[in-house]
Write a new protein. Structure first.
Length: 53
């Protein structure tokens, strides 16, 4: 769920966060694959493998 973050309003950036703290959360934008926290390590690695296939 992308919502404008308070410090990024009007800059064209989107602020995204997961529903729960410390739960896996990924954002994928073309070639950029990022995870929100340490719990996102495995899903992020799976997404990287999928992107490289």
């Amino acid at each position: 769920m992308a919502v404008p973050g308070p410090s990024r309003l009007g800059t064209g950036a989107d602020y995204c966060k997961g529903e729960e703290n410390f739960a896996p959360y990924l954002e994928v934008d073309r070639d950029l694959i990022i995870g929100q926290n340490h719990a996102s390590a495995v899903p992020r690695a799976q997404e990287v493998v999928k992107a490289l296939s």
